[in-house]
Design a protein around this ligand. Sequence first.
Ligand SMILES: [Zn+2]
Ligand SMILES: [Zn+2]
Length: 348
Amino acid sequence: MRAAMFYEPGDVRMEDVAVPEAGPGELRVRIGAALTCGTDVKTYKRGHPTLIKETPSPFGHEFGGTVEAVGEGVEGWSPGMRVVAANSAPCNQCYYCKVGDQSMCENLSFLNGAFAEYIVIPPRIVEQNLYEIPAGMEFSRAALLEPLACAVHGIVRTPIAMGDTVAVVGAGQIGLMFVRLATERGARVICMDKSVDRLAVARQLGAEETVEAAEGMDTIAAVREWTPEARGADVVIEAVGIPQLWEQSLQMVRKGGEVTLFGGAPSGTSIEVDTVLLHYSQLTVRGIFHHTPYTVQVAFDLLKSGRVDPEPFISGVRSLENVVEALEQHGRQEGIKYEIRPPGEGSS
Ligand SMILES: [Zn+2]
Ligand SMILES: [Zn+2]
């Protein structure tokens, strides 16, 4: 089969590899569609500390497809079923799993290989994070499950009350999901980004105000001025992963406010925090990473019920052979996400 293989940052190759076999507890899925993800773009540019541990590695992690082979001992799944899966599942044995922080599971192993014709889903994911795609939903739309589960994780851990002002920093796929989910919670949302096209999508998803983060623009002032009495946003969510924007996020929030830092910044970077601001303004700052089986379930229900419309997130279709080009386009912020379609696959 054809598959994209990650060798090192900047080096992803299309190769002929053997179709993987489904071992005990596993399922082999014929991929109907995959999606490019901001995480794939980061990995393509600079590698990834947890997602890819050995190279060359299969690549891509958001996909929907059809079950083609069922490993020994698997129950409840059969060939022909259309499925979507998250890219990991927790061990439920370690300390963090036991205290309910499964996104920090010590034994999280990541599934890569969505940019290919077939993928084998390991037992743990089959058991915990696999869903049947509702009739009528395209593979590519269902494949939004994993990033949406991450955004849901950020939202469920961030206290947002009806009527709160929420500033979302960044209008990439995750920032846009935060815009949608915060709006769904009854918040008034302001979103900033460098791309006016992305900001237009933010407004479509419910942002009341948008700020173009152009050179020389004081985005901190813009957010504060938009909030009542210019006191700052009740909640700020950073969804880019740039240390400077983390620092700015702390300046945008009101006294007693909440800052959720979702965007993962490069290894080795750090931020400077004004201790007076942090202490006397009683700020709550939290980092949020990845998803849990619970947030995957919530994300699936949001997609299934139509409360999150996948359409605005998918900017176009590219063939599997052109996946590198799609990642580069995604990285240049042309569009939000791209659907990657293996040879011979139609639109559903
Ligand atoms: Zn992703
Ligand atoms: Zn664990």
